[in-house]
Design a protein around this ligand. Structure first.
Ligand code: BYC
Length: 327
């Protein structure tokens, strides 16, 4: 924890209109806000919520892919997948660290995940049924993640923005490894192509739901954009993702499962069919097909790791005591 001396974290900040205006002027001048700078409590809470949920998504996101490490079809594929899943663990750690600078502990964030108070990305509540799903996750899910996260490299909060730079570089590798898997299948036997198509059919809609509700239903977007935490709205990013992905599917000879998908010359982008928001909210509220398994797996990992945390703490306390005795 690095929370000592944080201004705003203890509720003692006097958020006068002058203070809020001064803060907004810093944001508008594109200054980075650092952990010990004064900040409105709402700004801090928004970041803790978003960064914490982002961290949980990276860690929970290891589960659907980790499921295929032992079944990857070659040593090359296994090594790449292993590295990718390990990268996701690293992303979670950078993000938890960035959130900790705002005065919340990793333990608190984990408890919120395990008892359902904190969310994680809806996408990781779907099962990985075939090897093609590993390709599709890299192609679509990491592709969507890049679209969402490149603008976060310019987020007004310094530690989050800096963490995103490395995350995005790694996500770019992940996206390519996924696309290459799908390309190999799409250019393979009819059965392999069918496997790739089936996977695209199952992951397309959940992937475009990842960007969150339509702008009109996004409760946090306006404020987050004013504070330059978010730089683009949910619908803007979804549109960019669809426009970038359709030509990739065409190149692969695969069909996006949306009969209403159509190039709109006037807007210079694709129109798409209606998104099933009932499904989205069901999944977000914890009723996705894999929701129970995901939380069960994270709870087991947290419980199994208790002795490691206890040992690390005891070691740190012993070192500290030795150091104090020597001074
Ligand atoms: N899933 O007002 P809104 C990855 C919630 S990791 C679940 O628009 P906001 C990867 C939202 O939290 C991908 N919940 O919210 C990892 C809010 O509820 P709360 C994760 C969602 O924050 C491993 C409510 O709906 N990426 O890529 O302005 C392997 C209203 O929404 C979702 C990030 O976390 C969802 N899809 O915008 C491979 C990126 N969408 O919090 C890949 C950082 C919305 O009030 N996060 N909700 O209870 C963001 O950019 C924004 O938080 C979001 C939502 C765009 C996700």
């Amino acid at each position: 924890m690095y929370s000592q001396g944080l201004i705003g974290a203890d509720g003692r900040t006097n958020e006068t209109p002058e203070f809020l205006e001064r803060f907004q002027r810093r944001i508008d001048a594109e200054e980075k806000i650092e952990p010990n700078d004064e900040m409105p409590e709402g700004y801090r809470r928004t970041l803790v919520r978003q960064i914490g949920q982002h961290a949980h998504s990276e860690i929970v996101g290891m589960l659907p892919e980790g499921n295929w490490i032992t079944r990857a079809p070659s040593l090359r594929r296994k090594a790449a997948l292993l590295a990718k899943v390990q990268d996701e663990g690293g992303h979670g750690l950078y993000l938890y660290s960035a959130a900790e600078t705002l005065g919340v502990s990793r333990e608190e964030m984990t408890e919120e995940l395990l008892d359902g108070r904190a969310k994680y990305s809806s996408i990781f509540n779907y099962p990985t049924l075939s090897w093609a799903d590993i390709g599709t996750i890299g192609w679509l899910v990491d592709g969507a993640a890049i679209m969402n996260q490149i603008p976060l490299c310019r987020c007004s909060f310094g530690p989050y923005a800096r963490a995103m730079i490395r995350v995005c570089k790694e996500e770019s590798f992940h996206q390519r490894q996924g696309y290459e898997i799908v390309m190999t299948l799409a250019q393979g036997s009819p059965e392999q192509k069918e496997m790739a198509q089936d996977s695209l059919n199952r992951w397309w809609w959940p992937s475009i739901m990842m960007f969150g509700p339509h702008d009109a239903d996004s409760q946090h977007s306006d404020q987050s954009m004013t504070w330059k935490i978010k730089r683009f709205s949910n619908d803007e990013l979804r549109q960019k993702f669809i426009d970038a992905t359709v030509p990739q599917a065409e190149y692969l000879g695969l069909t996006i499962p949306d009969p209403d998908l159509k190039w709109n010359e006037e807007k210079g982008g694709y129109d798409h069919g209606p998104i099933d928001w009932d499904e989205f909210w069901r999944v977000v509220k914890g009723h996705g097909p894999m929701a129970k398994d995901r939380i069960k797996a994270r709870k087991k990992a947290w419980d199994d790791g208790k002795w490691v945390r206890d040992a690390a703490l005891a070691h740190a306390e012993k070192r500290q005591a030795r150091k104090m005795a020597a001074e």
